[in-house]
Design a protein around this ligand. Structure first.
Ligand code: SD4
Length: 323
């Protein structure tokens, strides 16, 4: 079966750009499920509700993922994304985000301060500049020039937690499993187009200027509208090392299911870092063009929320390499 698919994709490579891959996918075991939105962690459930409003009214996957991730970005009680995000070790909240559409357009911001919705700045980078990525001050200047408001993102609670942390100032580049909570969201719309978004305040108490996987196209997020889309959460350095989301999509291109692709990518992390992988978290989420999905993580506890016609918004726990 795998060989056949691979063969099809190899032989059909040149044809793929000219013709839709729909006949290939319609032969898959699962009937097409669309629209569909899937996102990382428990807070993905509330985010999915907003995304679904767009998808269920025949909207574009790109709009769905942007509006979906606005929910945790704007929620001051979520300490890992947007407003209320835990700061770096200097007490500065610096945000990373990226977005990618069905035409392989993409935009990204990294180490952006003072803007509640970095995902929308990333979209503006995609749509209004000849570039893919803006960082730091340049990203902030661009945001302000495009009408975004400058705000204080450090809430009293996050400031308090940071001041507690300062007492010991224990800087561990290997962050523990709990302080990783990026939202990565993937959507398939009624026109069978894919898009994705990924946004985070990154590792808590990181070095100022540290950028994780989340805003890096191919690492924290990748979309190929002929094949599928993937996103990641967890220790960004390990995801960057394997260009994780791109790897997952390419594995699907080779005929693997989204589940198989996520598992192979996680095993690659283990192979790279056999010892370190025991104490860190990395998780991948993927969907293909047919609406099949998969998720897998190093450690237990990686949850994701799925919203489709068949499953109206439910949180699941992914299987993990370490039990
Ligand atoms: C990072 N991958 O900055 C992000 C953090 C994360 O769930 O995923 N949290 O490394």
């Amino acid at each position: 079966m795998k060989t056949t698919r691979r063969h099809f994709l190899k032989v059909g490579g040149a044809l793929a750009s000219a013709f839709s891959l729909a006949p290939y996918f319609s032969k898959a075991a699962t009937p097409a499920t669309k629209p569909l939105v899937i996102s990382t962690w428990n807070f993905g459930k509330a985010a999915n509700v907003e995304a679904w409003k767009v998808l269920s009214t025949n909207g574009r996957a790109l709009d769905a993922v942007e509006l979906g991730v606005h929910v945790p970005e704007g929620d001051p009680t979520e300490t890992s994304v947007g407003l209320g995000g835990l700061p770096d070790r200097d007490g500065r909240v610096t945000l990373d985000a990226c977005i990618m559409d069905e035409f392989s357009n993409c935009g990204s911001v990294a180490c952006l301060e003072h803007i509640v919705h970095p995902i929308s700045v990333a979209r503006k980078v995609m749509e209004k500049t000849p570039h893919v990525m803006l960082v730091g001050d340049g990203a902030l200047q661009f945001a302000l020039a495009n009408g975004f408001k400058k705000e204080n993102l450090l809430t009293a609670e996050s400031e308090k937690a940071w001041k507690e942390w300062i007492k010991k100032s224990e800087y561990k580049p290997i962050a523990n499993i709990e302080n990783h909570d990026t939202i990565g969201m993937l959507a398939l719309d009624m026109k069978q187009n894919l898009s994705g978004a990924c946004t985070t305040s990154g590792m808590a108490y990181k070095m100022h200027g540290r950028v994780g996987d989340s805003p890096i196209i191919g690492a924290g997020l990748f979309v190929d509208n002929e094949i599928g889309a993937a996103t990641s959460s967890g220790l960004g350095e390990e995801v960057i090392r394997i260009v994780g989301s791109h790897l997952v999509v390419e594995l699907m291109r080779q005929g693997n299911s989204p589940q198989q692709a996520c598992e192979i990518a996680v095993k690659r992390v283990v192979k790279n870092q056999p010892e370190k992988s025991k104490s860190i978290q990395v998780g991948f989420l993927a969907i293909n063009k047919n609406g099949e999905y998969g998720a897998y993580a190093l450690q237990k506890g990686f949850t994701y929320a799925l919203y489709s016609n068949e499953i109206p918004n439910k949180v699941f726990e992914a299987n993990s390499y370490y039990k």
